[in-house]
Design a protein around this ligand. Structure first.
Ligand SMILES: Cc1cc2nc3c(=O)[nH]c(=O)nc-3n(C[C@H](O)[C@H](O)[C@H](O)COP(=O)(O)OP(=O)(O)OC[C@H]3O[C@@H](n4cnc5c(N)ncnc54)[C@H](O)[C@@H]3O)c2cc1C
Length: 380
């Protein structure tokens, strides 16, 4: 019998077309050769590896399949095998910035921004969350009022990925007609981004606060084809599909590391991996990774068929991030003292996943979505 791939036990890769497989392999090569060697240093120094953006763009990962998703299934898995921050960059650029311009923007807006964004020359960020409660975005205070041919935007946003890197920000604001999306540009008077420091998670990603003090935004920068919370929520559903795949990559990186580590480490006269208690833990990780891959695979099929519903995305986001966080913590423990430094991957993934379980809907929020589906009662 052929030897199984321990990180793809149900051979999910066999379902890819030849072209998809080629892209996945080139992303995997990029991750191993270019991203892995620099990621721990960036995480330690709390810097985003911006030097990798041109190569990410060259591989066609930025908005590659805008109608569907920016970070396609196994590519997301590969990117996050390196670091959640790297995958977050791709998700935000593609699903949260290019997608709304594509789906809700005018022809002129698409031509103005999308080619530069696909090339990685224009970086975007997505401003929905505010400091008084990300789980309840309908309660936003940021507002825009019409003034002649322009809009005047006031307010602030919190926890914004890419904020200080961004050339443009998709900002969601209340208006008299409902919530609308505006494209704010770096340098607009009254628009300021401040980087959030002292993060212990997603350190290789830039996270910022955005401030708007009477920012004058031309009507030409308003996304004309959506009004209401369905605008930003539609983007989040796209991004969350990719996020169901990403953490599988983190879990694979951690499992792969401890398989090697426990084979080499000799305690009580035999490899650590020869202990039943260790093999049970490794087997359980493989079981959970395999289940998560199949969940995302079926989610992708429903997405392609146009039948995917937000509750189905919630189950996968909840399951897969929880799975990866539990595995990263367990791997950290199996590494013993070595597991507490960034020389090994587990603690970096573990800390990153503390953000991934919070952003794009906290675990509790996704559980409440599923609870509402089961009972018909909104418990938010
Ligand atoms: C690193 C990072 C990057 C991010 N990037 C972006 C970005 O690019 N753009 C953007 O707009 N946002 C971004 N976010 C924001 C993120 O989406 C929010 O942090 C998230 O939605 C949670 O909001 P909050 O932090 O205000 O927590 P809160 O909403 O205050 O939640 C606090 C706690 O209360 C729980 N809770 C909430 N409601 C209920 C309820 N009804 N019943 C029981 N428990 C409940 C939550 O599960 C959580 O445990 C990012 C966050 C992080 C950490």
């Amino acid at each position: 019998m052929a030897k199984l791939n321990p990180f793809d036990l149900y051979d999910v890769a066999s379902l890819l077309s030849e072209e998809e497989l080629m892209i996945k392999d080139s992303v995997a090569r990029f991750v191993d050769e270019r991203a892995m060697p620099v990621i721990a240093k960036h995480f330690d120094e709390a810097t985003f590896p911006q030097e990798l953006v041109p190569e990410i763009a060259e591989m066609g990962l930025l908005g590659s399949s805008i109608e569907g998703y920016g970070c396609a299934g196994l590519n997301c898995q590969e990117m996050e095998r390196c670091d959640s921050g790297l995958r977050s960059f791709v998700s935000v650029q593609s699903s949260l910035c290019m997608y709304p311009i594509y789906a809700y923007g005018s022809e002129e807006q698409k031509q103005r921004w999308l080619p530069g964004m696909a090339a990685g020359e224009i970086i975007g960020c997505f401003g929905l969350t505010e400091s008084h409660g990300g789980s309840d975005p309908a309660n936003m205070k940021t507002h825009a009022r019409r003034d002649g041919d322009d809009w005047i935007v006031n307010g602030s946003k919190m926890w914004i990925t890419n904020g200080n890197l961004a050339d443009i920000a998709i900002v969601w604001a209340k208006t008299e007609q409902g919530i609308m999306g505006f494209v704010l540009e770096k340098g607009m008077s009254g628009f300021e981004a401040r980087e959030i420091k002292s993060k212990m998670s997603l350190r290789a990603s830039v996270t910022s606060e955005l401030y708007f003090d009477n920012v004058r935004v031309p009507e030409a920068n308003r996304l004309p084809n959506v009004v209401g919370l369905k605008g930003p929520l539609g983007c989040l559903t796209q991004a969350r599909y990719g996020i169901t795949w990403g953490p599988i990559g983190s879990a694979i990186a951690c499992l792969s590391e401890v398989i090697d580590y426990t084979s080499d480490r000799v305690l009580f006269g035999r490899p650590l991996a020869a202990n039943q208690a260790i093999q049970l833990r490794l087997a359980d990780m493989a079981r959970r990774i395999t289940s998560a891959q199949l969940l995302s695979l079926q989610l992708g099929r429903m997405k392609d068929a146009g039948t995917m519903q937000p509750t189905q995305v919630s189950i996968a986001k909840w399951n897969n991030v929880r799975m990866a966080l539990d595995i990263a913590r367990d791997c950290r423990d199996i590494l013993g003292g070595s597991g507490i430094t960034t020389e090994y991957h587990a603690i970096r993934h573990m800390l990153n996943l503390e953000s991934v379980i919070t952003y794009e809907g906290t675990e509790t929020v996704h559980q409440l979505v599923v609870g509402r589906e089961l009972t018909g009662i909104n418990a938010f």
